[in-house]
Design a protein around this ligand. Structure first.
Ligand code: KIV
Length: 275
């Protein structure tokens, strides 16, 4: 159990601050969290963004994919995370099949904001998803888009594979990222794409690009909190680094992660994918 309260070092992160960080060249650090204790540690380590990710289906519930996660699950974990965090901006993942059309997306997003106590929702994919992004933004729901490897597409993709390789795929990815920004997304998560492609997307956009397996030239980085401390089961993806190695406490691992992201030291070349 965590004990007592900690003083806030700096003001809470707001949605407009994300763009400001990009303009100032200040790299954004983000982690997932699923409960109050990890959220408190991330907040105390000065993490800017906490994602209540649907990765909880895998790392908390032990499933083989994120597909079984429900809106109720994200609301439940979002509430717990909200009790532990004060400064970080909280983002809620919209689970698989919870945004088949704009109106349904709005119904679920409103729950994630109102009941799950998050300030932004994240949707995977482009194509028809762009209309849902626009619909949400027009109704005061801040949106984070998620492109590249979208884990909710695992059945179609046939596994968790690097995306955006080759000219046609890279150009489609850049178009999708621009479409998400034009629809009003305030943030973009780019997962498992070659670093050069991520760098191009980043320079195309005014909104910050947060990478996971997308190289060091993104405006920020995100990792699953369990990966940062080396307790996730199964094969470790190339982009993961265990920051607990050589340290005694989880908070020190989180602080080291934030420091390396801000300094542009993480990810290193060994964590990146080539074209
Ligand atoms: O659910 C998740 O953890 C994610 C990643 C981007 C970290 O979407």
């Amino acid at each position: 159990m965590y004990a007592g309260s900690t003083e806030t070092r700096s003001p809470p992160i707001t949605v407009p601050m994300l763009r400001q960080f990009k303009q100032e060249g200040r790299r954004i650090s983000a982690l997932t969290a699923y409960d109050a204790s990890f959220a408190r540690l991330a907040d105390d380590a000065d993490v800017d963004v906490i994602l209540v990710g649907d990765s909880l289906g895998m790392v908390v519930h032990g499933k083989r994919s994120t597909l079984a996660v429900t809106v109720d699950d994200i609301v439940y974990h979002g509430r717990a995370v909200a009790r532990g965090s004060r400064r970080a901006l909280r983002i809620a993942d919209m689970p698989y099949a919870s945004y088949p059309d704009p109106r349904t997306a709005f119904t679920h997003a409103a729950r994630l904001i109102a009941e799950g106590e998050c300030a932004m929702v994240k949707l995977e994919g482009a194509g028809p998803v762009i209309e849902s992004i626009r619909y949400l933004v027009e109704r005061e729901v801040p949106v984070c888009a998620h492109l590249g490897l979208t884990p909710q597409s695992v059945l179609r993709l046939g596994g968790y594979k690097v995306q955006g390789r080759g000219e046609a795929a890279a150009s489609a990815l850049r178009d999708a990222a621009r479409a998400a920004q034009d629809a009003g997304a305030e943030l973009l998560v780019l997962e498992c794409v070659p670093s050069a492609v991520a760098a191009a997307v980043r320079s195309d956009l005014e909104i910050p690009v947060i990478g996971i397996g997308a190289g060091a030239q993104c405006d920020g980085q995100i990792l699953v909190c369990y990966d940062v401390i080396g307790i996730s089961a199964g094969r470790r993806p190339r982009f993961v680094k265990n920051f607990l190695s050589g340290r005694d406490a989880v908070i020190d691992a989180f602080r080291q992660y934030v420091a390396e992201v801000r300094a542009g030291e993480f990810p290193a070349a060994e964590h990146e994918y080539a074209q």
